[in-house]
Design a protein around this ligand. Structure first.
Ligand SMILES: Nc1ncnc2c1ncn2[C@@H]1O[C@H](COP(=O)(O)OP(=O)(O)OP(=O)(O)O)[C@@H](O)[C@H]1O
Ligand SMILES: [Mg+2]
Length: 284
């Protein structure tokens, strides 16, 4: 089903964070949202799953008017579009398996979840999700003891437990080193390709958006100033998104680079020590 934003605007006081955005996203697309700090990327993403309310405009998923959902149907929508954050948002004291199972517990009490009341089916599904991300060996470790890359994969496994239709990721690799950034982006791509889950991810690095996303949406000052394929993202379009520096010189694309292009040998080495064999073979 197609997700659609119609004239979506969000104001904070007299500041317009997102300005009358119109975007249609077909099911199964992998979309990167880029733009300078303050361009409105996070606000746009947070409105999609109603963490933030639009000031005006409407959002639609097939025949459902997402922007007017309330109560249980709103919670269902929020389960349908799982969110991943830069800072992972795990519960550090709890073990990895419990963190993943929390994906199922959006609507149960915290007490129940802290008492560790899960069914065998939920446990099996959580282990399968961890295997899917290649980190099943961490299941009984406290989440806080994992590396950043492992924690982000736990967060993705938790999101998968929601059986989402859309995966929304707000700068999922901004806190990671290049190798872990690659592992996490590969995981998102793999989920997008194999499960057909729509992925919309904010990225502050242009090269990552170019290499992973079939569609790039560029924002500047709350406006969508570019919407197209990586091939269509010309130097002039990049200029419009990021603007020029104070001297009026053009922006150099390497300024927004993370050097995510890790040599294959290094990734293979990571496979042995980090247990990412599932992903490495799936994306090979
Ligand atoms: N809760 C809020 N209250 C007031 N202003 C806000 C709030 N959230 C965002 N803004 C403002 O809205 C604009 C867009 O912010 P947003 O966080 O969406 O940008 P962004 O593109 O995600 O930036 P970054 O790359 O730094 O994460 C900014 O001017 C910001 O200051
Ligand atoms: Mg942001």
């Amino acid at each position: 089903m197609t997700f659609e934003l119609r004239n979506i605007t969000r104001r904070f006081g007299d500041r317009v964070a997102v300005n009358s955005v119109n975007v249609e996203i077909p099911q199964g697309q992998m979309v990167g949202v880029i733009g300078r700090s303050g361009a409105g990327k996070s606000t746009l993403l947070r409105m999609i799953n109603r963490l933030q309310e639009p000031s005006s405009g409407s959002m639609h998923f097939g025949d459902i008017e997402v922007s007017s959902l309330k109560g249980a149907s709103l919670r269902n929508w929020q389960r349908d579009c799982a969110m991943i954050f830069q800072q992972f948002n795990l519960v550090p004291r709890l073990d990895v398996l419990t963190n993943v199972m929390l994906g199922r517990l959006n609507h149960r009490s915290t007490v129940l979840s802290l008492l560790n009341i899960f069914s065998d089916d939920e446990r099996l599904a959580a282990i399968a999700a961890l295997e899917r991300l290649g980190i099943e060996q961490t299941a009984l470790q406290r989440a806080g003891t994992l590396s950043g890359g492992q924690q982000q994969r736990v967060a993705i496994a938790r999101a998968l437990m929601q059986a989402p239709k859309m995966l929304l990721a707000d700068e999922p690799i901004a806190s990671l080193d290049p190798l872990n950034a690659k592992i996490v982006m590969d995981a998102l791509r793999d989920i997008n390709e194999r499960e057909g889950i729509t992925v919309v991810t904010n990225l502050h690095t242009l090269d990552t958006a170019r290499s992973y996303c079939e569609r790039i949406i560029g924002m500047a000052h709350g406006n969508v100033v570019f919407d197209g394929t990586p091939a269509e993202l010309t130097a002039a379009a990049v200029q419009e998104i990021y603007g020029s520096d104070r001297d009026g010189a053009g922006i150099d694309e390497t300024m927004t680079s993370t050097s995510i292009n890790i040599p294959a040998a290094q990734v293979a080495a990571g496979t042995q020590s980090g247990g990412i064999s599932t992903l490495a073979s799936a994306s090979a």
